[in-house]
Design a protein around this ligand. Sequence first.
Ligand SMILES: [Zn+2]
Length: 317
Amino acid sequence: MNADVWRKCLEVQVGASRRETERLLVVLGEIEDRALAVKDGYPSLYSYLTGTLGFSEVEAVIHLKAARAGRHYPALRRLLRRGTLSLSTLAAIGPHLCRDNWKTLTKMTAGMPIADVRRILASLDPKAEPRQAVRYAGPECGPARDAGPSTPPLPRRVEIAFGADEEFLDQLERARALLRSKYPSGKFEDLFAEAIEALVQKAEKRSLGRPRAPRWNRIGVERPQGARYVPQKVRAEVWKRDGGRCVYEGRDGLRCTETTRLEFDHLVPWALGGTSHDSRNIRLMCRVHNQARIPGELLPNRRAQESLGPIADPGGP
Ligand SMILES: [Zn+2]
């Protein structure tokens, strides 16, 4: 084929690709609006895209933001199809759009390099939160220079960025000064490593059922009969049994993969007489699935609930 034919091919393929992207955004908008991924057992549509459909984290975020913007302003999807607006720009301006500014902002940013779009968005909202990001450092990762084939690769280094207020910075500088003798270099990495380790230990203790004593214990009064509070022993038992992971099962028995933001949920609701003192009536659920009460849908693990039969609260210890 000659050069002109290749050029024509490229134009045709780009047009087709834009039409496909527009359709993809429509579908993503519908799936999210109907909470289908959550019902199917994923903690979010983002998890479905990255965990099952092979999207990278960045691709998933861009498509989801663009799909939301397109759902609210369908005209933007048409601009995407025509090539007037890029997917990245649509995703970037999406969260900033409102009825009053969407036409102006779209016109202003169409065809503009994404760095300029971000500058415009930052000028619209000077208090905008700096982007949170994790990036793998380049040249120093990988095997050491001159290393033999049996030498294990060096641990990878990452660069982490996030925004914070001045109070946070003051606290950070204070910690650096107080710990100067322990960490003479004053590296943020050392301070954060110690702080995060303490935070993780604290959070693990809570998850495993050693939370702050309930109010009736602290003020020395007797725990009320049938209390909703799940005792430490039951929490530890449930955590171990459920493997520290949400037990929600979606379509085809697909189990949710969420291992953070977990809650101890009553299978038979406490308000309906379900006990907090029998691990068979408690399960681990992520916040999304615990709070998702979708009319007409199968409740999480209904099968398990039915197989257990009634579990009434004996009144508590
Ligand atoms: Zn879940």
